[in-house]
Design a binder for this molecule. Structure first.
Ligand SMILES: [Ca+2]
Ligand SMILES: [Ca+2]
Ligand SMILES: [Ca+2]
Ligand SMILES: [Ca+2]
Length: 573
């Protein structure tokens, strides 16, 4: 169990807080006076609403992960302790956690003002508050915040039990009965909020008529094995956490997971629908996922990113994860994957744009203390505004970079750069993965979906798990494209989940079972991600693998459009 003060900041004294708060006041009023054409938002901000912070918590636990979801923009903890337990244990056993906490940050420039919403540990307060905003004024009153201070959730088994038995319709379970499908019109909220299936197509959510919670609006398909829905905004009160100016955003989040027999069983997903309810255009807008990974014992971790995979990674800084909270030998790796980022004005989706980390201290590479610090990290800069430079500690070089520790994934092909090559002592890392910039127009809606992936190898120390994590990431991306992306009416990406490499393990020649005619090419990688064999598939779908050394491989099957239609493990012996 982690000691509160050790894990957190170095116990900020009251003095530091007051000092920051004074800075904030100076900063805020400076802006207010400088800005003669203060928008309606700033006027409303001056009045302010007086909502309390979010208090709901709920457990996502359908597969090998047991994690705590909160409704204040943060997750994976219970406000004191790490709650990203994987593998899920029975009661009485000591759980091991791979993440400590995480939260969403959003910043941008509007009317010359920096606006920012960011959470870390709620040590100073809150930037996010429960509830749906008035879509005209982007405001909310405290009683509405309180009404939405909840996380709604259903299992697929509960939805099935309800929708398949009309005798249950008059008496639905609580979360189906209270599912917040429709906003309060008298408060000016949006007509539709949480997605539902409208059985009788009358436009109203009435479980008594067979309507039920769904994953996508009015679709009966693709309901995850467990899903949650909650709504929050950055206008319920002043931003006492970051001390930034509010934006006027509403975020509707779905946390969900699937019980499977593959890597998806170690994965959790989060889809954030981010709506600009203000009348202001936000330029240079950046969306970020802040992550404090604590891989078992938190004091010996390393971080890295894989740019092509849009993946932020935490792996153990050595081969043994000590202590009662530690995983022991062959420790796992955990990663956070951007599956769907914000959209540019031309509709293209932005992936991982910046990756930066910081330490648990007050240095220029340490914890953020004011809105500019948060803004700098969102933009992949250090607290003093200096850009990352390639190599070493990421400072004081001449060659600029957008990503800390990209390994060998640098698109310009620069040398391998990791915490190992930098010679860092392992420690308690936090990272920020961001996506942008883009212009967030009034009323604009962006879906931002992430997956938390995890892998543990039985050999190869810390690095063995790190390599398997890349397969888990590929699996999550493919799963998203086939089951989630598709179902939200996006372009179709064919996925054949049934191809089998036979025999497995194999030796001289293998054959693809159930391969459809669009399977065109197969590529074998070793666990380090190096390409070993690239074969154009013949009519018979037979492959000569005699040139491969014995060992574990990851293969990808591509279609004629060079899209990956399957990826999995295969063994040569
Ligand atoms: Ca209806
Ligand atoms: Ca560790
Ligand atoms: Ca260690
Ligand atoms: Ca950490």
């Amino acid at each position: 169990m982690k000691i509160f003060t050790a894990k957190y900041f170095i116990n900020p004294s009251h003095f530091i807080f007051l000092f920051c708060f004074s800075l904030f006041l100076i900063f805020k009023f400076d802006f207010a006076f400088a800005q003669k054409t203060a928008s309606q938002n700033e006027k409303l901000f001056a009045k302010g609403s007086t909502c309390n912070g979010a208090t709901a918590q709920r457990e996502l636990n359908i597969n090998n992960v047991r994690t705590r979801i909160l409704n204040g923009g943060d997750m994976w903890w219970d406000l004191s302790n790490a709650k990203y337990e994987i593998p899920k244990v029975q009661s009485g056993q000591i759980p091991k956690n791979s993440l400590f906490s995480g939260a969403i940050w959003i910043g941008g420039i509007s009317n010359g003002n920096l606006k920012i919403a960011a959470q870390t540990y709620r040590q100073n307060g809150n930037d996010y508050f429960p509830g749906a905003l008035n879509i005209t004024t982007a405001t909310i009153i405290p009683s509405e915040c309180l009404k939405y201070d909840n996380i709604w959730g259903v299992y697929l088994t509960e939805v099935d039990n309800f929708r398949n038995n009309s005798s249950n319709w008059p008496n639905p379970i609580n979360d189906i009965a209270t599912w917040p499908a429709m906003g309060d019109q008298t408060q000016g909220e949006a007509v539709y909020l949480a997605p539902f299936f409208d059985k009788n197509s009358d436009g109203f959510y009435r479980p008594s008529e067979g309507d039920y919670p769904s994953f996508n609006q009015n679709s009966s398909k693709n309901i995850p094995d467990q899903m949650m829905w909650y709504i929050y905004n950055d206008k319920g009160n002043i931003h006492s956490e970051s001390t930034g100016l509010p934006i006027g955003i509403e975020i509707q989040t779905q946390a969900f997971a699937y019980a499977t027999n593959d890597e998806i069983n170690n994965t959790t997903f989060y889809r954030n629908k981010i709506i600009n309810r203000s009348t202001d255009r936000i330029d240079s807008c950046i969306f970020g996922q802040f992550v404090d990974p604590d891989l078992g014992y938190y004091g010996d971790d390393y971080i890295e990113c894989d740019i092509q995979r849009n993946l932020g990674i935490c792996y153990n800084g050595d081969d043994t994860d000590e202590g009662v909270t530690g995983y022991g030998i062959n420790p796992p790796s955990v990663g956070v994957n951007f599956l769907e980022g914000p959209k540019r004005s031309d509709g293209t989706i932005i992936g991982l744009s910046k990756f930066v980390y910081y330490n648990n201290d007050w240095s220029i590479q340490g914890n953020p203390q004011n809105p500019i610090d948060y803004w700098n990290y969102l933009n992949g800069r250090w607290k003093d505004g200096k850009t990352i430079t390639y190599g070493g500690t990421g400072r004081n070089g001449t060659d600029t970079a957008s990503f800390m520790y990209p390994g060998t994934s640098d698109p310009a092909g620069r040398a391998n750069w990791t915490e190992v090559t930098a010679g860092n002592p392992p420690g308690d890392r936090r990272f920020m993965m961001s996506s942008g910039p883009f212009s967030l127009l009034p009323g604009a809606v962006n879906n931002i979906t992430i997956a938390v992936v995890w892998a543990r190898a039985s050999s190869g120390g810390s690095k063995g798990s790190f390599n398997l994590l890349k397969l888990a990431s590929d699996k999550a991306s493919l799963f998203f494209k086939s089951n989630i992306f598709l179902s939200s009416n996006n372009p179709s990406i064919p996925l054949n989940k049934n191809i089998t490499l036979f025999p497995n393990p194999g030796n001289e020649q293998i054959h693809l079972l159930n391969a459809t005619s669009d399977a065109d090419e197969i590529i074998f990688y070793n666990l380090a991600g190096q390409k070993y064999l690239n074969v154009k598939l013949n009519e018979l779908k037979n492959i000569d693998i005699s040139s491969l050394k014995n060992g574990t491989y990851i293969y990808q099957i591509l279609n004629r459009s060079k899209e990956v239609i399957q990826t999995d493990k295969w063994f040569k012996n």
